[in-house]
Write a protein that binds this ligand. Structure first.
Ligand SMILES: NC(=O)c1ccc[n+]([C@@H]2O[C@H](COP(=O)([O-])OP(=O)(O)OC[C@H]3O[C@@H](n4cnc5c(N)ncnc54)[C@H](O)[C@@H]3O)[C@@H](O)[C@H]2O)c1
Length: 460
């Protein structure tokens, strides 16, 4: 099928490349010229495991193109994905101006029947709003034709359906998640659009490209537009709340002398609860959870409902982000004039995404208290990213990081941090202290390497 994906960030590029890989003919549109040039030269502007190789393959096969030309993308696609960013506004609402620009732009070039798919996470009700904007774009085009044609012209006929197809991929395993989804959600009032979307995803639904092809087919949940939009917000709100829940339990564990890692194991084996998202630590972050939970709280407010549970999940998370600081103060007492090294910066491992990473809050607070901050992150070191990292000495390896530090804080649970030479690192530090902000490291290994080990909710 012919597909156009508008917006080539973490969601759009992965979607475009994966759809091309399963056999569709894809045009990816982005208004960032630099990004488009990079992609045209075969390089991915983001890091996602497996993405670069897949991208090379589909470029060589001639199944994908990259352009800044929206008209070319709209003309090409039977299915048009909107995958632009919806970042948070200071009020907590989503900033939907990029979706608005794209929807109007689609209207300006629309012809024939098209399926317009909201893959961006958009406020509930956006399906109808996008329909209205597309029609506005069509009307503007009509107006221009009338003006340029001296007042007479035939009426532009358009035919399209809007579909909400929320995205659930996790950064760091986005390609895997695209080929191995737990479910596909399709919200629309148009039967024709749903049939085309099912045809588009058929190879994924039948697990042709899955790691385990013998699993039953992927469930496809068909809903109305608003319910599909709500599924996305409710999923992220649930997961964020689950993490805040275990963090709250961890803080109580700290006080009563229990170990939250053992407690989480005991809770997680209950099949009604499940073991995922029960790792206590320094809180959730990234480009999705904070903004999606805030947007849902905001939507509830707009409709006269106070989302008390979600507000509590956010406030537990804000406090949790300061937990590493609290632990540092407990161990080192005065932080002014001390040097703290951060192991990891990105909000989770296997991504280069720093949006709303807990590390950024920690850095700000450490600076406020007069502490010198050094950091090492495998991807940040490679890419030379500096956004939000002014006044942070970014080291190129973990031993350089440890050198001269009064304490280290593990911020991101990169797999390779399990196998560092902690004995050597301890020998280079002023005080070999490790605050394990993700309860990720082996306490015994750290202690036998000479560290004082402090976890979250582990009586330390
Ligand atoms: N990142 C995730 O893990 C994730 C997961 C699920 C859903 N989502 C949602 O998907 C959407 C996209 O997220 P993302 O992380 O990929 O965003 P992103 O910021 O990484 O990428 C957005 C892209 O859209 C482009 N863009 C902006 N305006 C444009 C326009 N008018 N025309 C063409 N391109 C334009 C930008 O240049 C950028 O490349 C958001 O709504 C987000 O909430 C993200």
């Amino acid at each position: 099928m012919r597909v156009c994906v508008i917006g080539t960030g973490y969601v759009g590029l992965v979607t475009g490349v994966c759809l091309a890989h399963i056999g569709h003919q894809v045009i990816c549109v982005d208004n960032n010229e630099e990004k488009v040039k990079l992609m045209q030269s075969g390089q991915s502007p983001i890091f996602e495991p497996g993405l670069s190789d897949l991208m090379k393959g589909v470029i060589e096969a001639g199944r994908i193109e990259f352009t800044t030309d929206l008209a070319a993308g709209v003309n090409h696609g039977e299915i048009l994905f909107i995958a632009v960013g919806t970042p948070p506004l200071p009020t907590g609402e989503s900033d939907t101006r990029y979706v608005e620009a794209v929807a109007r732009g689609i209207g300006a070039h629309l012809s024939g029947y098209k399926v317009i798919v909201n893959k961006s996470t958009v406020p509930i009700g956006s399906g109808d709003w996008v329909r209205m904007l597309v029609l506005d774009g069509v009307a503007e085009r009509q107006q221009q034709l009338v003006s340029s044609g001296g007042g007479t012209t035939t009426e532009i006929q358009v035919d399209f359906d809007v579909v909400s197809n929320p995205e659930f991929l996790r950064e760091g395993c986005a390609v895997y998640d695209t080929f191995n989804p737990d479910r596909i959600v399709l919200g629309s009032n148009g039967q024709r659009a749903i049939s085309l979307m099912k045809e588009l995803y058929a190879p994924i639904v039948s697990r042709e490209f899955a790691e385990n092809q013998s699993l039953p087919t992927v469930p496809v949940v068909v809903t109305d537009l608003s319910s599909a939009e709500m599924v996305k917000y409710a999923s992220n709100a649930f997961l964020a709340t689950k993490i805040s829940f275990i963090n709250e339990v961890a803080n109580i564990c700290d006080r009563v002398g229990a170990d939250v890692t053992q407690v989480a194991k005991g809770i997680g084996l209950d099949s009604r609860i499940g073991s995922k998202f029960l790792q206590a630590g320094i809180g959730w972050g990234g480009s999705c959870f904070p903004k999606d939970v805030s947007a849902l709280i905001h939507t509830a407010d707009d409709y006269g409902y106070e989302a008390q549970l979600l507000k509590a999940a956010v406030s537990v998370n804000q406090r949790q982000r300061m937990m590493a600081l609290e632990k540092l103060q407990q161990v080192l007492k005065i932080l002014k004039g001390k040097t703290v090294g951060l192991l990891g910066l990105t909000f989770k491992p296997d991504t280069d995404d720093m949006r709303d990473a807990p590390a950024l809050d920690l850095i700000e607070q450490l600076h406020r208290l007069g502490t010198k901050v050094k950091a090492y992150d495998p991807l940040v070191a490679q890419s030379g990213m500096r956004h939000g990292l002014s006044n942070v000495l970014v080291e190129t390896d973990a031993e350089r990081l440890a050198d001269g530090c009064d304490a280290l804080v593990l911020v991101t649970d990169w797999q390779q941090f399990r196998d560092l030479d902690y004995t050597k690192m301890a020998s280079l530090m002023n005080h070999p202290v490790m605050i394990d902000g993700r309860n990720f490291l082996d306490q015994e290994v750290l202690e036998s390497a000479g560290f004082r080990y402090v976890g979250i909710g582990r009586c330390g």
